[in-house]
Design a protein around this ligand. Sequence first.
Ligand SMILES: Cc1ncc(COP(=O)(O)O)c(CNc2cc3ccccc3n(O)c2=O)c1O
Length: 425
Amino acid sequence: MNYARFLTAVSAARKPSAIRMLTELQLRSPPSLISLAGGAPNPNTFPFQSCSIQVKNGDTLMFDETMMKRALQYSASSGIPELLSWMKTLQKDLHNPPTANYTAENGQMDMCVTTGSQEGLSKVFEMLVNPGDNVLIDAPTYSGTLAALQPLGCNLVSVPSDQYGMIPKGLKEVLSRWDPADVHKPHSTIPRVLYTIPNGGNPTGASMTAQRKWEVYELARQYDLLIIEDDPYYFLQFDKPWAPTFLSMDVDGRIIRTDSFSKILSSGLRIGFVTGPKPLVDRVVLHIQASTMHTSTFTQLMVSQLLHRWGQQGFLNHIDEVIEFYRTQRDAMLSSADKWLKDVAEWHSPAAGMFLWMKLKGITDSQQLIMEKALEKEVLLVPGGVFMINSSDPCPYVRAAFSLSTPQQIDEAFKRLSALIKGAL
Ligand SMILES: Cc1ncc(COP(=O)(O)O)c(CNc2cc3ccccc3n(O)c2=O)c1O
């Protein structure tokens, strides 16, 4: 893969921060090293001494004085080594990426920690997307992605999708506007990047089939595309076996995957991961060096202690408990939808995630209904327009999350929504 082709001028111009390199050199050196280099503060001046964190299963995570001094200090921009190594092992065990054994220049699988996958997405977009670029996405899509992508001045090219995600035939038709040979023409408008949410899509709840992923990956090979696999709901797939990921089929080193602990461990701790070819992950880390420097050392150590305590099987046992919670929530929402909304809306049952995407019958645009009338009736959903490339386009859909409300609250909410829609018709 020629990764230089994909980098923006800004990303290509990034150089290692000398100070950060010194910090990382020091972190790798024996304690006998005396450093007068780093401008790091002396942790003995910090007011925090120690802490212990009670885990629900009875475990206690201890931060003694030594651990606390490390937790409160700067750390490596790519992430603390013990968290990175735990996650690399998990990625290899779950996805067995072909790139795990490649050389660095051939796209060896690498990872970095980011402050939520949101940071990972925004830095990956800023690494790859120039003003005017054609970027392929299956709309409707996550509003946070639109918020990160649209200000970059790119042209978002919508690829048709349905409840099984991106439609390969639709992607092929969109790409037929270009010739694969255009990838060798520096000023060609041919797309270079495709973004998709393969499991429990936000807002649609759609999950791609393995077959569709294979076909999309083959088209990416023909047109030399990078695929950004934004997969925060991977661990919220209700049925096993979980779908094979794009990462698991990445023989070329063209997949950049973002993972998140937000939906399974904590959203407030802000722990996400970028997994991808080393030449590209290196660029993201250089951007981290010049922006946040690194994700909070404390939260990384807290999560790392838990994961090492649990082990991979303990982590997956926790995931199973989380899946059962959201399956129950989903089933409650589907049952209430059948009870109250069958005549006024239509939907598909999501196989993953936390969202139900409903098309309101007889309504052209849900924006006014939701933002004005729904608030009167004290029920709040998200009008579908916020997930569209052009948010002012009329959209008859609404997104309902089944993550926070109780089944009883969901039932009352849909009862109110039903009265609202019938009143509007
Ligand atoms: C597809 C996709 N990709 C990335 C992210 C970012 O997750 P991170 O790892 O926590 O940074 C998300 C998070 N999605 C949402 C977040 C959110 C936060 C406050 C309030 C509402 C929110 N709603 O509604 C959301 O959908 C997502 O759905």
